[in-house]
Write a protein that binds this ligand. Structure first.
Ligand code: PXL
Length: 276
């Protein structure tokens, strides 16, 4: 039952996203959490200016080679924000060489939100993300990312037919299990759509109008943690949604805390829900 997971994403030293949330959240869920940092930034890129970036692309193959020599392998590999197209290629090779039999390959395309690519990414990066996502076992795109992966037109408001079309396009591209986040059919509600074995299940919950930075990473990390505790994809998706909502609720009254969510304050709730 003690699982070992590798997560590959950047370290944003300040800002509560990527590795600084994945490592504590997945560890709190009870899995051995190993990291491969794709880059080190002084802060994340959402709302800060003048941040420093140290790209670690060239370190990745050496770390991989050392682990192969040591016989180190993983029950799951979860990738988030990656710094370059070259890193996407390296991750493909890491999937081939460091997975144990039956390991989950989980990809959060972490490149866009609200209809826009994050600062520093272009269409070529989004294109390079396609084979990584379509070769993975589980992907966790938001609607913007799903549109970039499928060529679907991004819309602010939509109906179920639009979401069905996106899911059909993802499946046609080769996506296996899809956790589509931020699917909202009303001003008061949002939710997550789980597409698995050709079937859809939707978990709807309360929507908080303010969108917070880093919640995609908090969500994906809690999902991975719950999945490795033996939860089904749907149950893990639901647990992660409830946890992320609680993190946002615990943050929104503090206007100084605009750069991330206070995910630490809700860890006891997450641990309780994965233990049930
Ligand atoms: O949360 C996604 C993310 C991760 N890492 C960095 C980012 C972002 C989003 O903007 O800038 C460096």
């Amino acid at each position: 039952m003690y699982k070992r997971v590798l997560t590959i994403q950047d370290i944003s030293c300040f800002g509560q996203c990527s590795l600084t949330v994945a490592l504590p959240i997945i560890s709190a869920c009870g899995a051995e959490t190993c990291i491969m940092p794709s880059a080190v930034l002084s802060t994340h890129t959402g709302g800060f200016t003048g941040f420093t970036v140290r790209d670690l692309t060239d370190d990745i193959p050496d770390i991989q080679k050392h682990w192969i020599k040591e016989g180190i392998s993983f029950d799951a590999i979860y990738t988030g924000y990656l710094g370059s197209q070259k890193q996407i290629d390296y991750v493909q090779d890491i999937f081939k060489t460091l997975c144990r039999e039956g390991a989950y390959k989980i990809v959060d395309p972490a490149m866009a939100d609200n209809g826009k690519l994050y600062v520093g990414f272009d269409d070529a990066y989004a294109e390079a993300m396609k084979p990584l996502c379509f070769g993975a076992d589980i992907i966790l795109p938001n609607i913007t990312e799903a549109c970039l992966l499928t060529g679907a037109e991004y819309r602010e408001t939509y109906d179920k037919a639009y979401i069905d079309e996106i899911i059909a396009k993802l499946a046609a591209g080769g996506a296996k299990t899809v956790i589509l986040t931020g699917v909202s059919y009303s001003d008061e509600t949002t939710g997550v759509l789980v597409y698995e074995n050709g079937e859809q299940k939707y978990y709807e919950h309360k929507k908080i109008s303010k969108s917070c930075h880093g919640t995609g990473d908090v969500y994906a990390s809690a999902f991975v943690g719950a999945l490795l505790r033996g939860k089904s994809c749907y149950d893990a998706a639901k647990i992660a949604a409830d946890y992320t909502l609680k993190c946002i609720e615990n943050t929104i009254d503090d206007s100084d805390h605009w750069y991330g969510v206070k995910f630490e304050t809700a860890l006891p709730d997450l641990i309780k829900s994965i233990s049930e």
